[in-house]
Design a protein around this ligand. Structure first.
Ligand code: PLP
Length: 394
């Protein structure tokens, strides 16, 4: 075979996802993109804030030597310094620029982290439902994904984690605010998790890293507060980006942050810098590194996402769908009125609504709607949701 059997298997297992996108593209072609209600992608529709364009203009007008050249694999010192200061303020723990490594988005950060820590066959625990790419990222570096159930509220089930924690476990990968549920793991739960991991370390002399994937950290609603994980667990590695909160998903700019008190901090930093290089990223995009250092305290207008959330969720609730109100990110994850979520998503497609079945996140019986869309998409879609809800007896 011309391609590896493994990638062939991945293509096949992801084929229905691909088919959904193909069906969506076909529907847009047939009925016009404006008549198809596309809630399938987490591609932020808001413009980046004005501050971004100002910083971009200023930085691109500077002509300095190697303005667009290679740089140290960890990224520009000034950018890492600005981020270290930002994290110090946010988490009330002193960060040094050494602990920050600039990456190609949060995806780049996750791959660099996993490459740095995993021995072949080691296990990474991932709570359900989960961002589907995790499975591939873990496999990229020879790891084994172990998904574990969460509670009805999608909160972490510490007992379930304890059951699966063993000497072969290298990390727990947690995403909050969560894609696809929009939920935030509460501080108490994260403290319980930290206690469990500290006990494990004490008992077996084995560190289990907590990989905290937080690209949606700034996208939270109703005065929710996100726990400061660096205050809770000292073997934490943060993966994040500016893809969602600054709408820069296509610019591939993010970073990883290693806890200043991590036991093997020096080794982790060295490994991550090399991994950034040998994974072929080499370094995060130069111009974006120069730009984002000016706008770390800025974000898109989060109120706009909140308005979308309320508009869509009120509409869905009136139709009779049941779901947890998202506390952050820009996804809602309702239950499907029938057990077969793929059949239900196909029925939505007949009404020109594009959604993703929960099966894609390891959680059959749900569907995900991304509400990072124009308000009129929601407005025009609601009558179709009503029709479907009636058809399915809600
Ligand atoms: N982690 C989660 C939970 C995501 O939803 C995404 C993107 O949708 C990523 C990571 C990757 O983010 P980036 O585009 O910054 O690589």
């Amino acid at each position: 075979m011309s391609i590896s059997r493994k990638i062939q298997g991945f293509i096949e297992s992801a084929s229905w996802i691909r088919k959904m996108f193909e069906d969506g593209a076909y529907l847009k072609q047939k009925y016009g993109a404006e008549n198809v209600f596309d809630f399938s992608l987490g591609n932020p529709h808001l413009e980046p804030p004005e501050e971004f364009y100002i910083a971009l203009k200023e930085e691109s007008e500077i002509h300095r030597p190697l303005q667009h050249g290679y740089m140290p694999n960890a990224g520009f010192w000034e950018t890492r310094e600005a981020i270290a200061n930002y994290l110090t303020q946010e988490h009330h723990i002193e960060f040094s620029p050494h602990e920050i490594i600039m990456t190609c988005g949060a995806a780049g950060a996750l791959n660099v982290i996993l490459k740095s820590i995993l021995e072949p066959g080691e296990k990474v625990i991932v709570p359900l439902p989960y961002f589907v790419e995790y499975k591939f990222y873990i496999d990229n570096h020879g790891g084994i994904i172990k998904t574990i159930p969460t509670k009805e509220t999608f909160d972490l089930d510490i007992e379930a984690i304890e059951k699966h924690l063993d000497l072969n476990t290298k990390a727990i990968l947690v995403n909050s605010p969560n894609n696809p549920t929009g939920q935030i793991y509460p501080e108490d739960t994260l403290k319980e998790l930290a206690d469990l991991l500290y006990q494990h370390k004490e008992k077996y002399n084995r560190i289990v890293y907590l990989i905290m994937d937080e690209p949606y950290r700034k996208l939270i609603y109703d005065n929710e507060k996100l726990p400061n994980i660096f205050q809770i667990y000292s073997e934490t590695i943060l993966a994040t980006s500016f893809s969602k909160d600054l709408s820069l998903a296509g610019e591939r700019i993010g970073y990883l942050g290693i806890h200043p008190q991590a036991t093997y901090k020096k080794e982790l930093i060295e490994a991550a810098i090399l991994a950034n290089r040998i994974l072929g990223f080499v370094n995060a995009p130069a111009l974006m590194q120069r730009v984002i250092k000016h706008i770390l305290n800025t974000s898109v207008d989060i109120e706009r996402y909140k308005r979308n959330r309320d508009f869509l969720c009120n509409g869905l609730a009136e139709c009779g769908f049941s779901f947890l109100l998202p506390k952050g990110a820009f996804y809602v994850f309702p239950k499907t009125p029938i057990a077969d979520d793929i059949t239900f998503v196909k029925a939505l497609q007949k009404e020109l609504i594009l959604a993703v079945p929960g099966s894609g996140f390891g959680a059959p019986g749900y569907f995900r709607l991304a509400f990072c869309v124009e308000e009129k998409v929601i407005e025009n879609a609601l009558p179709h949701f009503r029709k479907i809800a009636k058809e399915f007896g809600l």
